[in-house]
Design a protein around this ligand. Sequence first.
Ligand code: CA
Length: 221
Amino acid sequence: MRILLVEDDRLLGDGIRAGLLQAGFAVDWTQDGRAAELALAGEAYDAVVLDLGLPRLSGMEVLAHARAARNAVPVLILTARDTVPDRIAGLDAGADDYLVKPFDLGELQARLRALIRRGKSQAEPQLAHGALRLDPAGRSVSWEGKPVELSAREYAVLHALLLNAGRVLSKGQLEEKLYGWGEEIESNAVEVFVHHLRRKLSPELIRTVRGVGYLIPKDAA
Ligand code: CA
């Protein structure tokens, strides 16, 4: 799940970014409204966390422009302005949710998960594939009814492959879901995560398509 974080307060942005990374999101962080617009034009995000008071272009303008360009990405507004008119203006401009600063990081993570679920239109509380169950709300995975512990990135690889069951995802596509800008990507990271998933779940679950990528077949018993 890839998040665009737009926050000009370095300390706060740093904290939010760290919290989201820890929760398994990939995060791109921009610190002004113009940079946010460029990012939105160039990348497909699962959700946006948007501060309102920003240099160069306000959060409200970023939001209005995105909606005018028919970008339907879920947007959560962060605002220090705890006044009813500001909240109404944000929601009217096309925001999907808002949090008033200061807020709890756990609440931000939970609201983002809910927004992303809603954004995927068909509320799909659980993904199932043979003996495998994946619950995006609780970020939990089980195999034959037994819980399986996965790291945040192992989970992200599995989630991406399951959402795209029947389609091959390249190593590059998987890396995009795992890493934000400027994060160091080890060249064999995806291979390592797939190796762990096969060991923890089943050797047969994820197929390697030589020279192309990885695949979870569509039909499972
Ligand atoms: Ca600000």
